[in-house]
Design a protein around this ligand. Structure first.
Ligand SMILES: [Zn+2]
Length: 284
């Protein structure tokens, strides 16, 4: 073989190698599941076989969701849409390094139940002082839910109490013929004093009494994901504690504005109220 031919073959090998590297770098797999959801549901975006070490980024409109590592070359993000999202096709924007990809997400039309109640005015309206307290408390909660800390959750989230639901997510509460609120979580039946379990590993960022919600625990699971436990009769944790999935964090009660012992369980993803049932069904 002439030196000229050796040079030619070497050049060809290098070109082929570069082509192979280029193709394999772009051959990552993407999965959105479920890709058809209801308003208020959570979803997962999983990217596998990525050769890059940099975290991908995903957004839906103005909302950004955060990826966590799920193994070698595997990244996973939990996203959600608000309950007021209109049905139709939506585009998730995925960025991996310098590449962007549009992913489809379909929001289906969903009818949420309505609950009509007739109550005396003193049970519906708040005094100016109580109104100020509620406003103050809501502002404080909002500041908590905006924070994005490091990931603590591991694997699937669980329901904190294994009983039937008494009020589902999204129920419209119509009191004295006026639409008062939309149920931001689920109500789970329970006996006074029954143990309430941590839905996943996390940090206690709130364990105090609130005017409407009663004794409330909030767990920060990292990456903008929080779970909320309301109307407790008592606490088993303090703010600042670390908890593991399944730890007893408090006890079922009827504190705050509540008509009897039950657990109100809520989930927040990037400050969006998420249907806890759709959330615990995610395969993480
Ligand atoms: Zn509730």
């Amino acid at each position: 073989m002439t030196p000229r031919n050796v040079l030619k073959i070497s050049f060809l090998v290098i070109v082929l190698l570069l082509c192979f590297l280029y193709v394999s770098a772009g051959a990552f797999q993407i999965e959105v599941s479920p890709h058809e959801i209801s308003p208020g549901d959570a979803f997962i975006v999983k990217v596998t076989d990525i050769k890059t070490v940099r975290l991908p980024a995903i957004s839906l409109g103005k909302n950004r969701f955060y990826f966590a590592k799920c193994g070698e070359g595997c990244f996973l993000a939990i996203g959600a849409v608000g309950i007021k999202t209109k049905p139709g096709d939506y585009i998730l924007k995925l960025r991996i390094g310098k590449k962007t990809k549009n992913l489809k997400l379909f929001i289906k039309h969903t009818d949420f139940p309505a609950m009509r109640l007739t109550l005396s005015e003193d049970k519906v309206s708040l005094s100016p002082e109580d109104k100020r307290r509620v406003k103050r408390e809501n502002k404080r909660l909002k500041a908590i839910f905006r924070r994005v800390s490091r990931r603590l959750w591991e694997g699937d989230f669980l329901l904190p109490l294994e009983n039937d639901l008494s009020t589902v997510f999204g129920t419209k509460r119509i009191i004295n013929n006026k639409k008062i609120s939309v149920h931001s979580g689920v109500d789970i039946r329970g006996q006074e004093g029954e143990e309430v379990l941590a839905s996943n590993n996390g940090k206690v960022v709130f364990a105090k009494e609130l005017f409407l919600e009663g004794n409330t625990v909030i767990l920060d699971h990292g990456l903008g994901i929080y779970t909320i436990y309301m109307h407790l009769s008592g606490f088993n944790v303090n703010s600042g504690n670390s908890v593991s999935k399944g730890d007893a964090i408090g006890f079922v009660g009827s504190s705050g504005r509540s008509s009897g012992p039950h657990l109100h369980f809520g989930v927040k993803v990037r400050d969006i109220n998420v249907n806890p049932v759709s959330f615990v069904e995610l395969e993480l």
